[in-house]
Design a protein around this ligand. Sequence first.
Ligand code: NAD
Ligand code: UGA
Length: 465
Amino acid sequence: MKIKNICCIGAGYVGGPSMAVIALKCPHLQINVVDINPKRIDAWNDKDLSKLPIYEPGLDHIISECRGRNLHFSTDIEANIAKADMIFISVNTPTKTEGYGAGQAIDLKWVDASARKISEFATGETIVIEKSTLPVKTAQTIKEILESASIKQTSNKIFHVLSNPEFLAEGTAMNDLINPDRVLIGGSNQEAIKALTNIYSNWLDKSKIITTNLWSAELSKLIANAFLAQRVSSINSVTAICEATGSSTKDVSLAIGKDKRIGKYFLNPGPGFGGSCFKKDILNLVYICNHYGLYQVSEYWQQIIKINDWQKRRITKLIINKLFGTISGKSIAIFGFSFKANTNDTRESPAISISMELLKEGALLRIYDPKVNYSQIENDLSQVDNKDANQNNKKNWQYCENIYDSTIGTDAIVILTEAQEFKNINWSIISQNMRAPSWVFDTKGLSNTEEAKGFNMNVWTVGEG
Ligand code: NAD
Ligand code: UGA
């Protein structure tokens, strides 16, 4: 099958960067990224590259090279589907909030809507690719939607469905896409698999491309995220043991990570994992296990999320205890609001729940993040169940443009991400800004907080007993 035109439905954290890299590496292909959100598309088309809708190091360079050449962003979904030989579905797949399976199952309404559009507007032979992370067996649903509409229209449309899950991590997405550990393609039609393999072969060695059946590809994505999250919860459970026993999680991570069978990655402790995917993908796995009656397996994976929630609460309680059991009226600086460094994404960020808890206890927060803007934080802090706290929030937190300003008059600092700026802090300035006795709570253990002790500041570091 000859591929000339690609359409990607969904111009988000995955659709934008992944299509930018295909455009960069395949100048012979025309790529149209479409979205129902006109604001997002306008931002992708903004001449000022600092206004792209997502921040990802290196993305702006690729956009400036490819945009308008062979990479286009548009809201014209129908026309771009019609001319595409290959369509990626890269829409959001959050956890359902209402109805059957709420709180666990994936809400497939955006995938369903995309499949229906493709079914209606695609022409001729089209390869449809699941790029979104989906419950195992979703390809069957997509096939049925695609084919049922074709039958109705008595057309000669032909569809091949592939699963090609994305493994990029935010903050390192461009490198992850250009130099991935592997690319996974699931499907049954060999011609379609070959067509997609040929695209990746423009910059990747064939040995990096794994092909499986559809169900294994869909499931592997969920399991990969579950395993990664499991490591974070495992090391976070170790932080509590280290703190109780006078050992050091840094030392333990180093010691166990040297064992090749364990490996050194994903052994960094923190305030709990965040991000749009770990929690929702594990919840989905739990839902799938329950669906198949695998209750023990479901409980096993559920525990990963329980430990994650516990770690966030544990740290919040500890902060309150160290500040003499009350933070009412006390001012606390929050360093880092995104779910990790080098992204403006705050979805499921531990900073949201920790900030909310501190606000409920009466603290006044001064929030600084190098990438997240005021309106995003305002939006996140208004998403709380507790209406009273909600009303108070606006008065009780301030957005700070500068790390040092954020510490003026504060009693404590809580470091919540590993942003480069937090690794080499000038504690001399900060100690003068703060009210004594001052505290630094380093939930990542990556800042130069040892130096803060030299300025009579109290320091607590996660996992260090
Ligand atoms: P996102 O919310 O940033 O982007 C999804 C986009 O799809 C939105 O802009 C939305 O407007 C658009 N959309 C929804 N329905 C549409 C429709 N019918 N037609 C056109 N556009 C539509 O989401 P994301 O972070 O890019 O994630 C997308 C998928 O990729 C999810 O399944 C996620 O689990 C998976 N994933 C995400 C990451 C990540 O780092 N964010 C990594 C790997 C996989
Ligand atoms: C994660 C996976 O790493 C990607 O492979 C996957 O494609 C993606 O989810 C997805 O499906 O969305 P991402 O969430 O962007 O990527 O970022 P990670 O680097 O995995 O970090 C997730 C969370 O775990 C962050 O809050 C991070 O701070 C935390 N983490 C990570 C730790 O606390 N310790 C670690 O050692 C590693």
